[in-house]
Design a protein around this ligand. Structure first.
Ligand code: CO
Length: 184
């Protein structure tokens, strides 16, 4: 089931999300996130972006793999994700976000991370991530703590975005007036 993606300006994007537990329908959360992400042709989507204040996100690198075969094709859900170690080396990468249509900005983040997360069966995994997967993981994990990528760009660049951001906020207000049919 595809659902609307919450735009910048909504308070949902600033909430600290709650742990997912076995009373949650993780299969449905997973399906909603993946189907919505695929329709939007994005590479990552966090639960608060579809108005679910839960600690879960999905990654799908296939839109990037279509342009560059060197990029590993990966699709998956991360439940209760956390970063348990970071490498000291930082890199700059141009990020976008489905809650910020048409905005792309350079963000500095660690290149490699060690992560822990659960799958849909609540089995815990630990994995070392680098490259695009590491980058998306960090961007999406921020969403679960109410942090957005524009919080991480330099102030001058942020100033230059003011009118674009105000336009998105306006769209977000209109969106608020629509009915959401989330069933979880
Ligand atoms: Co995002």
């Amino acid at each position: 089931m595809e659902v609307p993606i919450i735009l910048y300006g909504s308070s949902s994007l600033r909430k600290h999300c709650k742990e997912v537990n076995d009373t949650d329908d993780v299969h449905q959360i997973s399906r909603m996130l993946l189907e919505t992400l695929k329709k939007a042709k994005g590479i990552g989507l966090a639960a608060p972006q579809i108005n679910l204040i839960k600690r879960a996100f999905v990654i799908d690198t296939s839109p990037l793999n279509e342009d560059d075969l060197a990029i590993e094709k990966f699709e998956g859900i991360f439940i209760n994700p956390e970063i348990i170690d970071i490498d000291s080396k930082n890199i700059i990468f141009r990020e976008g976000c489905l809650s910020f249509p048409d905005i792309f900005e350079e963000v500095t983040r660690p290149e490699k991370i060690l992560v822990r997360f659960q799958d849909v069966l609540f089995i815990t995994h630990e994995e070392e991530l680098d490259g695009i997967k590491s980058r998306i993981f960090q961007h999406e994990l921020d969403h679960l703590n109410g942090i957005l990528f524009i919080d991480k760009i330099n102030l001058i660049n942020k100033k230059l975005l003011t009118s674009k951001l105000n336009k998105i906020k306006k769209l977000s207000k209109n969106q608020k007036n629509q009915q959401y049919a989330n069933t979880i």
